[in-house]
Design a protein around this ligand. Structure first.
Ligand code: NDP
Length: 256
């Protein structure tokens, strides 16, 4: 298989499940030393074990991207353990589904604090390590909701649109340092994230699986199903590689 990340250090936020987890496994299969975080320790340890069981290298550290001190400690510990950073996938995210006036202030702060401030804190503490390395790549997970209308997603849409602005501006700040920063915009993807948003429906697993495979509302034109986490992860890994050395400040969308 491809080994674009042999001897490379890759850091991922939010890899205890979904797209991040699938990416961690893919990065490790391509030879990376993977450092990742998330709040659910049991799942983090499980992903770490799974990668090691197939001969890969990974370190899970519990960190909440809303907490600056935890983000800094996570990033510094991974860079310290593996001798620097080469690529980062800032992917942690949550949402709350409800009309705007029903959001509590805490819910708004939680979504924006995770999806936008969390992405800022991750980038802030990664940059010095990438500068020290003489360059690197960062991919930040935005969403198609950051550029198109989606009902009940006002906090999320604000945060994910904010991510796009941050990425474009920061890509200029660090271009001279050889650091490329891009945004990934997944369309609807079959993960806990979407299950949670549709959680009020409380669907049995079998019904959900059928829905995921046949969903006519998919925002990926013509596909009539959601993407799988692994399909999105495959794109994320390529975008975080050096396959496209001219790509920076860009928005890569997986949907229409
Ligand atoms: P998941 O819920 O499976 O993954 C989200 C990941 O983010 C988990 O690993 C979760 O870990 C982590 N996370 C959430 N909050 C925090 C926090 N405060 N600190 C650290 N980690 C955190 O869903 P997806 O894989 O779908 O989501 C990944 C990204 O993709 C998100 O940014 C999401 O917004 C985005 N996205 C998803 C789409 C979809 O349709 N699924 C569409 C477009 C974008 P833990 O809970 O253990 O902390």
């Amino acid at each position: 298989g491809a080994t674009r990340f042999t001897d490379k250090v890759v850091l991922i936020t939010g890899a205890t499940s979904g797209i991040g987890r699938a990416a961690a496994i893919r990065f490790a299969r391509e030879g990376a030393m993977v450092g990742f975080c998330g709040r659910r320790e049991e799942l983090g340890r499980e992903v770490e074990r799974e990668i090691k069981a197939e001969g890969g290298e990974a370190t899970y550290i519990r960190a909440d991207v809303r907490e600056a001190a935890e983000v800094k400690a996570f990033v510094d510990r991974i860079a310290g353990k593996y001798g620097g950073l080469d690529a980062c996938f800032n992917n942690a995210g949550i949402t709350v589904q409800k009309p705007l006036h029903e959001y509590t202030e805490d819910e708004w702060d939680d979504v924006v604090g995770t999806d936008l401030r969390g992405a800022f804190l991750s980038l802030k503490y990664e940059i010095p390590h990438l500068v020290e390395r003489g360059g690197g790549v960062v991919l930040v997970t935005s969403s198609t909701v950051g550029i198109s209308a989606s009902g009940g997603q006002s906090a999320y849409a604000a945060a994910k649109a904010g991510v796009l602005g941050m990425v474009k501006s920061a890509s200029l700040d660090y271009a001279a340092d050889g650091i490329r920063i891009n945004a990934l915009l997944p369309g609807t993807t079959n993960t806990d994230f979407v299950r949670g948003t549709a959680g009020a429906l409380d669907l049995p697993d079998a019904v959900w699986d059928t829905m995921a495979k046949t969903w006519a509302k998919s925002n990926v034109p013509g596909m009539r199903r959601m993407a799988t986490a692994d399909e999105v992860a495959a794109f994320a890994v390529t975008l975080t590689s050096t396959d496209f050395p001219f790509l920076t400040g860009s928005q890569l969308s997986l949907a229409g």
